[in-house]
Design a binder for this molecule. Structure first.
Ligand SMILES: [Zn+2]
Length: 213
């Protein structure tokens, strides 16, 4: 009888260990994406009359979050309302949670120009290029005015870096989702905001699902 009890006890302990291991394994496999709505609060970003970049980026970020969550991807936002968040804190949020990808959403601004471009760090890391290309490919399938391609560094030069791309420790990119200074880009964004956001989410998913496997 004692033997049976001992065996039972061992079986129970083994099952408990297996359940624990499965939980740890599942946690390790959990995919987390950080979506960074550019600007916010006092920092309105670029603007065209009463239209502010900070509002456009938040609208898109929230929709991207929704589509990612529909695919069971955990999403962390650097902001979910109109508040000021320092760049250093945006990076801290992503680095602390060890997210699988960091995607910053912005809108471009210039005296002339239109279309979508995606920036990555000057290091030109393979995973950054792949993430940016994956998102841009999906965006090209929806109604964007033009595809300006993947760009390295910043507008100031290929050896400079946008702070959030240089200070996050995971694959990252910064989307300039059309020009806020271009009426047609704005019209396209307003009419296709759901499909733009869905395309961004799909581009992220396609890339990180390959990384996780
Ligand atoms: Zn911006």
């Amino acid at each position: 009888m004692k033997k049976i009890l001992k065996i039972l006890l061992i079986v129970v302990i083994l099952i408990a260990i297996i359940i624990l291991l499965l939980k740890i394994f599942k946690k390790e496999k959990e995919t987390i994406v950080c979506i960074d709505a550019g600007h916010g609060g006092k920092d309105v970003g670029a603007s065209l009359e009463e239209r502010y970049e900070k509002n456009d980026t938040l609208k898109v970020a929230k929709l991207v979050k929704k589509y990612l969550e529909e695919k069971n991807i955990k999403v962390i936002m650097t902001r979910e309302d109109d508040k000021t968040v320092e760049l250093i804190d945006r990076c801290r949020i992503a680095n602390k949670k060890k997210v699988n990808a960091f995607v910053s959403i912005h809108r471009n601004s210039a005296a002339s120009g239109n279309g979508v471009e995606i920036w990555i760090s000057s290091k030109k890391e393979h995973k950054d290029i792949e993430l940016a290309e994956s998102i841009l490919n999906k965006l090209e399938d929806v109604s964007i005015q033009s595809n300006r391609g993947v760009k390295y560094g910043t507008i100031k030069g290929q050896n400079t870096d946008y702070y959030v791309l240089n200070n996050t420790k995971m694959p990252s990119c910064l989307i300039e989702l059309g020009f806020i200074t271009d009426e047609k880009d704005n019209e396209l964004l307003d009419n296709n905001i759901e499909s733009y956001s869905k395309a961004i989410a799909e581009g992220i998913i396609e890339k990180i699902s390959k990384n996780v496997e």
